[in-house]
Design a protein around this ligand. Structure first.
Ligand SMILES: Nc1nc2c(c(=O)[nH]1)N[C@H]1C(S)=C(S)[C@@H](COP(=O)(O)OP(=O)(O)OC[C@H]3O[C@@H](n4cnc5c(=O)[nH]c(N)nc54)[C@H](O)[C@@H]3O)O[C@H]1N2
Ligand SMILES: Nc1nc2c(c(=O)[nH]1)N[C@H]1C(S)=C(S)[C@@H](COP(=O)(O)OP(=O)(O)OC[C@H]3O[C@@H](n4cnc5c(=O)[nH]c(N)nc54)[C@H](O)[C@@H]3O)O[C@H]1N2
Ligand SMILES: [Mo]
Length: 725
């Protein structure tokens, strides 16, 4: 914690770029100047010239709620964040198949007979709760199996019962062949398909004329293993944790679509003991229909948002565009797009071209360094905070994280506070009546917010306040008396929670507090009273509490959101796309690149970094993690030995990095960690993995990048530089 919280590059005061250096300014001056320049740009070029970048870290998402409110006050739909690098294809597929992009499938970890990891190394990345304990216990249980689909003998694969070590980039082909094999053998769950699926007959032809044996051969797998795998998946209840190997792979949207189709065809989708949904207390955004004409497309690349997030990989092109409405103004928070977004060279060029870049961060990052204004935010240890990705099932837990450091350091502000003050400075916040403040004060004194809820709704209707602005209003008014906008906005999030009115909160034993006998009986108001009681429970229990319980029998009904209450497998876009995924065509593409004969994973979520959040290299004292993982056979062929520096070149750029032998990967496949390319306390540490990714190598359906499959070439460095660490 100390290495993150307290180091030489932490920010304490607002800074303004003057010439080639920063000068300390007051918050007042920062708001005044930023708002004048921002308003000028928006007036001249319209709100499409403005985007929000970031807003959330993997562990805390409170700021995003406020940042989104500010963007809707500005009138811009453009939001870019990490979701647009990872989940786009998966969430889009969920939207098409189940009718909602927000609720994605996860394994029923404790109850499934087969716990599968597809393109996921959860043993290291901890993407399921208590990952190590859960994976070990499933692996050691003689009645359960762990199966891993990964081109690498990852830490998770190492303790699995079955490792499907496919060739990198062949997931879509494998999935197509597997579903074809299952249908050919008649192993599909016909009862499930008849009961829940609208259009299985329409998608059957997708799997008809597939040369299954040849496809499996191109995937680099023995036919017998894949047949045994299909047999297991059609006779046992299985759940799958899908992650970046799939989400950032070749054909990544199709990968996700087909994996969900496999779960439907084998009858485990939305079934207890199979693939379930971890409900979330806080909405993660709005499910988007990209064909709705009100939904903006990007100006240059014509891309659409998924769950309100645009594909991050097109950001550089959207800034560099020559069109008059291109992006000119960016508010960036809790993100370091200059390193985390694809194509570092393009990002550097683009972000420097902006008319105004305002960065909110805990420390001086690469993005902050080229910003016009840098604003210091309190870290998650210094503020209230919350997470929209709780992963509990069937019991739902939630927590309002409390600050552990309460001392005011420098002039750091809570993120929520900054994103309330900014729209105020921009003149985009409505004038709030004194009465609302008075009711809020009482609500906090009495620990009961029902009267405030009523006043807020009346005020909103009377003054036609945009609903999207309400988080800012609640943060401002209720936050004033709670001492934290974030603590207050969690209440608003609970009032509008996807689980409100589902009966799940009552199932967890939470009842209204009894102080509003009439309202507690009225249909909609009753739900509000229940949610307010749940919020009170969380205030009383800083360690978090169970605030909901899933009813497994109604889960499928709740999460099939299409109007006809059926699963829809057919979709025009996939119908077009899947025909191209044949063994012949795939083999031709995979084998046919002489200039870049090897495959690179740009990024690897390791123990030695948390994306680029942990910048202080003090932790690397005994181990230098800036290494290219190479199979020894490849190293021999390239002519390099352990520790020697190589140059990795792709179509986007090149980096120099020392080699580390590993038996984990297969020949032809190398990995570079993505935690580097940073400057800390004046010291340069490694090079950015995204120098190697190109902003145009995107999944054609959703624009998600293919960071786990980049063609590359490796050569011994001519000048053997001292390793960067
Ligand atoms: N310690 C630590 N933990 C973290 C993070 C961190 O930086 N450090 N980051 C967090 C975040 S934000 C995220 S999103 C998660 C990511 O968590 P993961 O997705 O588990 O992380 P990756 O290392 O990308 O692992 C993906 C796996 O996919 C495999 N893979 C590569 N190519 C292919 C392919 O073509 N097909 C298949 N099937 N598999 C392939 C890789 O070999 C690798 O084992 O981790 C989270 N946890
Ligand atoms: N090549 C390649 N690129 C990748 C990946 C990959 O595997 N390969 N992984 C991708 C993935 S999965 C993800 S999630 C993204 C992550 O990419 P980003 O979302 O850009 O996140 P980080 O790079 O970790 O930067 C987070 C920033 O937030 C700051 N910060 C920490 N706490 C707070 C806070 O409370 N408030 C504010 N305002 N700032 C704070 C940190 O100092 C840091 O600068 O990277 C992606 N980029
Ligand atoms: Mo991530």
């Amino acid at each position: 914690m100390k290495r993150f919280q307290d180091h030489s590059d932490r920010l304490d005061y607002p800074l303004k770029k003057v010439g080639d250096h920063f000068e300390r300014i007051t918050w007042e001056q920062a708001y005044k100047e930023i708002s004048e320049r921002a308003n000028q740009i928006i007036e001249q070029y319209g709100p499409r010239s403005c985007a929000m970048v970031g807003g959330a870290t993997p562990g805390s998402q409170a700021e995003l709620v406020f940042a989104r409110a500010m963007m809707s006050a500005i009138g811009s739909q453009y939001q870019y964040n990490a979701i647009g690098i990872e989940f786009c294809g998966s969430w889009w597929s969920h939207g098409k198949i189940f009718g909602d992009q927000m609720h994605f499938l996860e394994p029923d970890d404790d109850n499934c007979e087969v716990l599968m990891f597809w393109g996921s190394n959860s043993y290291v990345s901890g993407q399921i709760l208590n990952a190590r304990e859960k994976i070990r216990s499933a692996s050691q249980n003689p009645d359960r199996q762990v199966i891993v689909v990964d081109p690498r003998l990852s830490e998770t694969a190492r303790i699995s019962d079955m490792h499907i070590m496919l060739r990198s980039g062949t997931d879509a082909l494998l999935l197509r062949a597997m579903i074809a094999l299952i249908i050919k053998k008649g192993w599909q769950d016909q009862n499930y398909l008849d009961k829940y699926v609208k259009d299985f007959q329409l998608v059957k032809p997708w799997f008809k004329d597939v040369d299954i044996k040849e496809a499996i051969r191109v995937c680099g797998l023995p036919y017998e293993q894949v047949e045994a795998f299909c047999k297991i998946l059609t006779t046992k209840k299985w759940g799958v944790h899908q992650d970046l190997g799939l989400f950032m792979g070749r054909h990544n949207t199709l990968n996700s679509y087909l994996l969900l189709t496999l779960a439907v065809v084998t009858g485990v989708a939305l079934m207890p003991g199979g693939c379930i949904v971890n409900d979330c207390v806080v909405t993660r955004g709005k499910s988007i229909d990209e064909n709705d004409p009100k939904v903006w497309r990007t100006v240059e690349t014509n891309r659409f948002p998924i769950m309100e997030t645009y594909p991050s990989a097109v950001l550089a092109q959207e800034i560099l565009s020559e069109k008059p409405e291109h992006l000119r103004l960016i508010f960036c928070s809790a993100s370091n797009p200059l390193r985390s977004y694809p194509d570092t060279n393009a990002m550097e060029k683009a972000m420097r071209k902006l008319d105004l870049l305002v960065t909110v961060d805990v420390c001086m990052t690469e993005t902050a360094r080229i910003s016009d204004y840098v604003l210091p935010v309190k870290s998650t240890y210094e503020t209230y905070d919350f997470n929209a990705f709780q992963m509990n099932y069937p019991e739902m837990t939630a927590q309002i994280k409390h600050p552990v450091i309460t001392k005011q350091i420098g002039e750091r502000k809570e993120g929520g506070q900054i994103w309330i003050e900014m729209p105020k400075a921009l003149g985009k916040m409505p004038q709030l009546p004194d009465r609302l403040y008075k009711v809020a004060e009482k609500a906090v004194q009495k620990n009961d917010r029902i009267a405030f809820f009523r006043s807020l709704i009346l005020y909103t209707i009377k003054n036609k306040v945009q609903v999207d602005l309400l988080p800012a209003v609640v943060g401002e008014v209720l936050g004033k008396y709670m001492g934290s906008p974030t603590k207050a906005v969690f209440w608003a999030a609970m009032m509008t929670s996807p689980i409100a009115g589902s009966g799940m909160v009552e199932r967890a034993g939470i009842k209204p507090n009894g102080k509003h006998p009439i309202m507690e009986k009225l249909p909609k108001m009753k739900d509000i009273c229940v949610m307010d009681a749940a919020y009170q429970l969380l205030l009383d229990r800083p360690e978090g509490a169970v605030i909901g319980k899933v009813d497994p029998d109604t889960m499928i009904n709740r999460h099939i959101v299409h109007k006809d209450k059926k699963i829809h497998l057919y979709c025009d876009e996939i119908n077009e796309y899947i025909k191209r995924i044949t063994p012949e065509k795939e083999a031709e593409i995979l084998n046919g690149n002489q200039e870049f004969p090897m495959v690179l994973s740009s990024g690897n979520h390791t123990d030695y970094g948390v994306n680029i959040g942990m910048r202080n290299p003090a932790t690397y004292k005994y181990h230098n993690p800036y290494k290219l993982a190479v199979h020894p056979d490849d190293a021999k062929q390239i002519g390099v030995s352990e520790g020697q520096e190589v140059t990795v070149t792709t179509k986007a750029g090149s980096i120099k990095i020392p080699v580390e032998y590993t038996w984990q990967t297969s020949p032809g496949y190398v990995l570079v960690p993505h935690h580097f390319g940073i400057e800390f306390n004046g010291q340069k540490i490694g090079q950015s993995a995204n120098t190697l990714s190109h902003s145009e190598d995107l999944d054609e359906l959703t624009g998600n990048p293919m960071l786990r499959h980049i063609r590359c070439r490796i050569e011994p460095s001519k000048t053997h530089n001292k390793p960067a660490l």
